[in-house]
Every structure is written in C-alpha cells, then in structure tokens.
Design a protein around this ligand. Structure first.
Ligand code: HEM
Length: 438
C-alpha cells in the first residue's frame, strides 16, 4: 500500500490550467503557482526538457515531501528516458564524474558524507570569515561607486559569492578569475532565449573546474602537516575531516568542493539580486530597513533576509527527487520511478501557512520558509548565505543610500531556469560616491 503524505484535498476541476515555463511565467510565476496550489496542488506536467514530473506546490505537502525518505535523490530511481536520467540541476556534471555528491545520494552514503563535511564546514569557520566577506563587499562597491550607475548582478551579486567561496575553499587569488569565468558560463546555461552559453561550453567549464579542484586537493593533501594550522582553508579541513576513522577520498573531496561551489554560488547571486530588486521596488520596507541599519540595529536585517528568501527566493524548485516506491502526496498517487519537484517558491507563498503571503514584511518572525529546503538535505551553506546576503544588502544600502532602479521592471529579464530564479541584469543608479584610493 502506498503511504500518504499530506492531506487529501478536494478536487475542484478548473478547465484552464496556466501555461508553465513561458517567458511570462519566468517573469512572474506566482499567479500560476497560486492557481496550482488551489486547483491542482500535485500537478503532472511536461518539463521543457520533455521529462514528465510532478510539481508539489502546497506548503504542508512540500514540507512533508522534502522529508519523505521514499523520495530518493538517486537518479537511478528515475523510471524515465535515458535523456532524463541523472538530472540534478547541475549542468554538465554527468560528463564530469561528479555524481557522488550530497544532492544526489540517499542515506546511508548521504549520512556519512554529510557528517564528514559538517566537521570541516562549521558555523565557526563561517563566522571567522566575516571580515573577509565585508572586505570583498566593499571592494566590489568601490569598483562602481564613483560612476553613479552599475549593473548589480554582473558587478556585485555575481562576483561576491564566487570570490567568497573560492577564498573559503583555499583557491589561490590568482586563479579565482578562472572560477569566475567557468561559473559565469554555467550561469549562462540557465533559461530560455537570450544569453545562452555556446554549445559544449558548460560541460567544458564544469570539467575544467573539476580538474582544477582535483589537482588542488592533490597538492594540498601532499603539503598537509600532521597537525592542523589555525586558519587552515576548507579544502584542507575536508581532507583532514574524519569520523570514526573514516576520511573523504580525494574523489569525494573534489565532488564535495565542487558541490559547495556550485550550490553556494548561483543561489547567493540570486538571493542578493532578487532581494535588492524587491527592496528597490518597495520603498516602504526598504526605508524602514535603512533607518534600522542607521540606528545600528541588526534584527530587521536578519528577519528581512529570511523574508526576502521567502518572498522571492533564489531556489524556485528543490533539486530533483524520484519516488523509490509508490506514494501518495497531497492525495495524488505517485508511481514508483516518477520524478517529483517540490516548488519552494509556491509553498512559501501558501496562504494556508503565511499571513498575507504576497506582502513583503521584513519584520515577519513567524517565517518557517522552505527557501533552504527541509529535512536531511537542508542547505549546508545557510550560515554562509546569510552572512553574505546580510553583509551585501546592508553595505549597499549604507554606502549608496539613494540607490534606485534604472530600468523599467517590465524590461528586466529573468533567467527562467527550472531550478533557480534570478535576474539576468539589475541596472541601478545613485549619486556618485568618491572612492578612497586603494
Ligand atoms: C542544499 C538553498 C546557499 C551548499 C540546499 C537546498 C536548498 C538550498 C533549497 C536543498 C535542496 C534539496 O533539498 O533538493 C540555498 C539558498 C542559498 C544557498 C537559497 C543562498 C541564498 C548555499 C551555500 C552553500 C550551499 C552558500 C555552500 C557554500 C549546499 C549544499 C546542499 C545545499 C552542500 C546539499 C545538502 C545536502 O544534500 O545534504 N541549498 N543554498 N548552499 N546547499 Fe544551499
């Protein structure tokens, strides 16, 4: 007998389901998600790739599905076509032998790897990194502050997380621009139309990143002394991490470094980009946040970043899951092998869980959003993402207090990738600010 996840809703047939995955949908998916939540909360659809999948859109169902052990992360459980197999949302990874990473495996392998990485990637390590994030943020703003205009995606939100994670991992500064280029190629992959990556470019970039990380890990392992040095980088921490005598192999450490880079990069770009965009369009919440920052308070910044994640978060759908056995989700029977996509963006606007879900309320405290996922795959990088987003938004608003949008919102283009939600550009203007000589 299939188990039941969530309640069984009453079906109200509506003859006109919204069209998904169009440009209009990419610009503003929330009306379509409201329709799905109401009329077809567990909805079978054909994705742009041709793969058939279920979309779970209600908060209660989404939360339970994310924690349901029968929904496997292992693509081997997918009953679909060979073309669809191995989909995890990471472009080019199949060709690069990076498949054994946290977002692609189930317990007990997941438990073992997560325990090992958690020994190295600790909240303490992230907290110690704060001065460097502040310095990076200021340096990026210095790059455009005197000009009076900028594209906040390309000049700010995009480079900040890539340099931050490279620094944290221990990628030497002189090599970090290569990562910036490879990551840029991977981001160009997402979304229909416009700024597409050249054919083969994404796979090549992923392979170059993989090869670089494998070589770096090899060199660092050879150079490691018997005792940890204070301030040792995260890659050295990953190599050293041990649990009951077990260590990561070099291959596992390379896949781990890659997933930290990949999972922590475009997500953070989009949190800063979507967050700043929401603040630029809503002067009320933004001025309140500026006043609170000027008074030296940090509470509104902290609740505000969580609210921006809920309101227009960077991860529209959680990464892929596959039913490892028949299941019932929200009253809908799911066959073994079917892909299930949990729509975090829809769940986080569910009026059954959030008061006034379409209102941006930076002081919202009852906010158990699913922006970082839920259950055993809950985001490992949440402390780093919070640190970067809080620093980025607070520093921008403090240093460029009259920041305003320099484009008609209707002309801004969203990437429209399946998993991520983010703007391609975010043009802004402000009174130029002199920048101190370096
Ligand atoms: C997992 C969101 C930043 C590393 C996840 C998941 C979500 C998420 C929704 C769960 C996916 C699923 O269940 O299918 C975000 C958001 C971020 C962010 C919104 C920024 C705003 C980061 C950063 C890092 C990171 C900065 C690391 C440097 C990871 C890893 C996992 C993960 C390793 C997999 C955990 C596991 O499977 O056990 N993230 N993430 N993330 N995230 Fe993040």
């Amino acid at each position: 007998m299939p188990g039941t996840v969530g309640h069984v809703p009453e079906k109200t047939a509506d003859p006109s389901p919204p069209e998904l995955f169009t440009k209009e949908f990419a610009d503003d998916p929330y009306p379509a998600y409201a329709w799905l939540r109401e009329h077809s909360p567990v909805h079978r659809t054909t994705l742009p790739s041709g793969v058939e999948a279920w979309l779970v859109t209600r908060y209660a169902d989404a939360r339970q599905a994310l924690a349901d052990g029968r929904l496997s992360k292992n693509p081997a459980h997918h009953s679909g076509s060979a073309r669809a197999k191995g989909k995890t949302g990471i472009p080019g990874e199949r060709g690069a032998d990076l498949m054994t990473h946290l977002l692609n495996i189930d317990p007990p392998d997941h438990t073992r790897l997560r325990r090992l990485v958690s020994k190295a990637f600790t909240p303490r390590r992230v907290a110690a990194f704060e001065p460097r994030v502040r310095e990076l943020t200021d340096r990026l703003i210095d790059g455009f502050a005197a000009r009076g205009e900028a594209d906040l995606i390309h000049e700010f939100a995009f480079p900040l997380p890539i340099y931050a994670i490279c620094d944290l991992l221990g990628v030497p500064r002189e090599d970090q621009d290569d990562f910036r280029d490879w990551a840029g190629m991977m981001m160009r992959h997402s979304g229909p139309g416009g700024d597409r990556a050249p054919r083969g470019g994404v796979g090549r970039s992923v392979r170059k990143m993989r090869d670089y990380l494998a070589e770096l890990i090899h060199r660092k392992r050879a150079a490691l002394g018997p005792v940890a040095r204070p301030g040792e980088d995260l890659i050295s921490g990953l190599i050293r991490a041990s649990d009951h005598g077990e260590h990561l192999t070099e291959g596992e450490a390379a896949a781990m470094a890659f997933i930290l880079l990949f999972a922590g990069f475009e997500t953070t770009v989009n949190l800063i980009g979507n967050g700043m965009y929401a603040l630029l369009r809503q002067p009320g919440p933004r001025e309140r946040l500026q006043r609170s920052l000027a008074a030296g308070e940090t509470e509104l910044l902290a609740t505000g970043v969580e609210e921006l994640l809920r309101y227009d978060g960077p991860v529209e759908l959680a990464t892929w899951r596959y039913a490892s056995e028949p299941a019932v989700i929200g009253g809908q029977r799911i066959a073994a092998g079917d892909p299930v996509l949990v729509v975090l963006a829809a769940a986080d606007r569910d009026p059954a869980r959030f008061t006034d879900p379409d209102t941006l309320d930076l002081s919202r405290t009852d906010n158990p959003h699913l922006g970082y996922g839920h259950g055993i795959h809950y985001c490992l990088g949440a402390p780093l993402a919070r640190l970067e987003a809080r620093t980025a938004l607070a520093t921008l608003l403090r240093r460029l207090p009259d920041l305003r949008l320099a484009a008609d919102p209707a002309e801004l283009r969203w990437r429209g990738g399946l998993i991520m939600r983010g703007l391609r550009t975010l043009p802004v203007e402000f009174a130029p600010v002199p920048v101190p000589d370096p």
